[in-house]
Design a protein. Structure first.
Length: 322
């Protein structure tokens, strides 16, 4: 896994743990164990739990802010309100873990602010829309900031409630929110629905937000980490080549030693064979000598026997004459 891939893995795992247990309930040990890495790996990428929490919160805030900003680009004020409500509910539906993290006040050590600060940032955009509407209808535009806070707060709190119940569907919830915001309690429509400009609006990918200073620092850090990994990879490759060359030389030396041992063995075998051959020749010579001795002895015995027979025969003749 590359450094960038490892970083994204740690962010996703931390996002799920923070959503489930909150900042204080999540530890570096849990994050490292879930990612099957050691704690120093997490510290190397983010410097600590606060660092990774800040990245998670910043990403979620940028994503939600981008979706709402796009919704507010519609032309008609009613359509702006409808699409902004839909954008928030879409974010809650598709990024429940991220929303659970945002609705908890961000930890002070993260340096990312709170969900209330995000709502205020969205309200500042709605404020401009309301100011124009107030001017057109003869209301005091100075009241627009207050109404923007009330309007965005109503939608946000409804979203927090809908996060767990998930009924009715988001389009119906958005229609009722807009009904109350647009018509007021005295002019509520008993059967509200979205306008044709917002009905069936396919979820769109939020536009890429303008990089923040924090995001630029993160990207710069990622590039430095990639360069570091590249240098480490080059060093590792050089070490591997050196090890391979060392292994090759050791193998050559081993082959030379084996050849020398084989040559010595052959020489010993030849000497043993020569020694055996000489021993066999000596043995044959001894056997021949023994056989020669036996033949000579047999001949002597045969001669003695013949002599005895001759003497016996001669004595028999003498006896017969007498």
């Amino acid at each position: 896994m590359t450094g960038k891939e490892r970083r994204e893995q740690l962010i996703e795992i931390s996002r799920a743990l923070f959503a489930e247990k909150g900042f204080d309930g999540t530890s570096i040990e849990e994050i490292a164990a879930s990612a099957l890495v050691s704690k120093p790996v997490v510290y190397e990428h983010f410097g600590g739990k606060e660092g990774i929490y800040a990245v998670v919160v910043d990403r979620e805030m940028q994503k939600l802010l981008g979706m709402v900003t796009e919704a507010l680009s519609a032309s008609h004020a009613l359509v702006k309100l409808e699409r902004a409500a839909l954008a928030l509910l879409q974010y809650i539906e598709e990024s429940s873990e991220g929303f659970r993290i945002l609705v908890r006040d961000s930890h002070a050590a993260s340096g990312t602010g709170t969900f209330a600060s995000l709502i205020s940032e969205i309200a500042s955009q709605v404020e401009d829309v309301l100011a124009d509407e107030f001017s057109d209808r003869g209301y005091d535009p100075k009241l627009a900031p207050m109404y923007a806070q009330m309007l965005v707060g109503m939608v946000a709190l409804t979203g927090q409630w809908w996060l767990d119940v998930r009924r009715p569907k988001r389009e119906e919830v958005a229609a009722h929110v807009v009904n109350l915001a647009w018509n007021g309690l005295t002019g509520l429509d008993p059967y509200p629905s979205l306008t044709a400009a917002s009905r069936g609006l396919a979820p769109r990918t939020a536009p890429r937000p303008v990089p923040t200073e924090r995001r630029l620092r993160e990207q710069e850090k990622e590039l430095k980490e990639q360069e570091k990994e590249l240098r480490e990879a080059e060093k590792q490759r050089e070490r591997e080549l050196r090890e391979q060359e060392k292994l090759r030389r050791e193998q050559e030396k081993q082959r030379e030693r084996e050849l020398k041992e084989q040559e010595k063995l052959r020489e010993r075998e030849l000497r043993e064979q020569e020694k055996l051959r000489r021993e066999q020749e000596k043995q044959r010579e001894r056997e021949l000598k023994e056989q020669e001795k036996l033949r000579a002895r047999e001949e002597r015995l045969a001669e003695r026997a013949a002599a005895i027979q001759a003497r016996l025969a001669e004595r028999g003749i003498l006896d017969a004459r007498e």
